[in-house]
Design a protein around this ligand. Structure first.
Ligand code: NAP
Length: 280
């Protein structure tokens, strides 16, 4: 049977390390504060925001909550971001996405001071990642690198295939793997002979957004499989982009859903907040 990569345990370990770091910073008079902005009351967003605030409380990061009505205008939101950018006591700004249709998400992301861009979505953060300079990295792919490292999976020199090229997962994932000295292929909806491409992978990262699409035909014997997808199946149970039962017997290591990549995203957000606070 494969090694099950336990994202719950690894994220708990990271949060405990951060808690100690935050305690030491506090002893030196440094307090870390994250501003969390939610527009409207989308139930899924409310759950994510609640989990982020809970993680802040556990680690010792102060969180400021801004719950704005769904009718908030872009101008009003940009004004708030401008205010938060200017506040010396706020280290990180997180605007929960998606935003209502009347607000241009790109304009909002661009308005956040890159020094406070703990989601790593600002074009300056993405550009820095691209040219190997320091900056915040998108939390889900950063979490996947930690999962691999802390599970003893060597990345350097490996053939890595990423399925998906979104700005928040696929593209930054490919750049991070490149930074780790992997040989990287990015597949997407226009890729020809997808199974042929994915069967080359020593490490296969699946961020395709299609429930249980990846079966054993896509996987090389002994590969490491990381499943980024999150869906509800017909029985309302969580499942990933990978058909876990089918794929697990042929791979050497695999992440489950839930309990794989998901918990790492918040842990890495907390890590970015601590970095934002330590850099002052
Ligand atoms: P996305 O923006 O929908 O991107 C999906 C990517 O998959 C696109 O690049 C698309 O190609 C490609 N694709 C779609 N169908 C394909 C096919 N049949 N063959 C090959 N490639 C195909 O999704 P995302 O935001 O990256 O998220 C991916 C998954 O991860 C979703 O299930 C999402 O819920 C989950 N997610 C989880 C976390 C977490 O914390 N665990 C965080 C973020 C996302 P094109 O570019 O050509 O359209």
């Amino acid at each position: 049977m494969p090694q099950i990569i336990d994202g719950k345990a690894i994220s708990a370990q990271i949060k405990d390390e951060l808690k100690e770091k935050v305690q030491r910073l506090k002893e030196n008079g440094v307090h870390i504060c994250l501003a969390v902005v939610q527009v409207g009351d989308d139930p899924a967003s409310s759950v994510y925001v609640g989990n982020k605030k809970k993680a802040c409380a556990y680690i010792g990061i102060e969180s400021l909550s801004y719950e704005l009505p769904a009718e908030t205008t872009q101008e009003e939101l940009l004004r708030l971001i401008g205010e938060l950018n200017g506040r010396a006591d706020v280290n990180g700004i997180l605007v929960q996405l998606p935003l209502p249709a009347q607000i241009d998400e790109d304009a909002v992301i661009r308005a956040i001071d890159p020094k406070k861009d703990v989601d790593g979505f600002h074009p300056q953060s993405v550009g820095a990642l691209c040219i190997g300079q320091p900056g915040f990295v998108s939390c889900t792919p950063a979490g996947i690198i930690q999962l691999l490292r802390r599970s003893g999976v060597e990345i350097a020199g490996k053939e890595c295939v990423v399925i998906g090229r979104s700005n928040i997962v696929g593209k930054p994932m490919a750049l991070l793997l490149l930074r780790e000295n992997a040989t990287v292929t990015v597949a997407h909806s226009k890729t020809r002979n997808l199974q042929e491409v994915t069967r080359r992978a020593d490490i296969l990262i699946v961020a395709v957004g299609k429930p249980r699409m990846i079966t054993r035909e896509y996987v090389k014997e002994g590969a490491v499989v990381i499943d980024v997808g999150v869906h509800r199946n017909e029985n309302n149970k969580l499942c990933g982009d990978v058909d876990y039962e089918d794929v697990a017997p042929v791979c050497s290591a695999i992440t489950p859903v839930p309990g794989g990549v998901g918990p790492m995203t918040i842990a890495m957000l907390m890590n970015n907040c601590v970095e934002a606070g330590s850099a002052r």
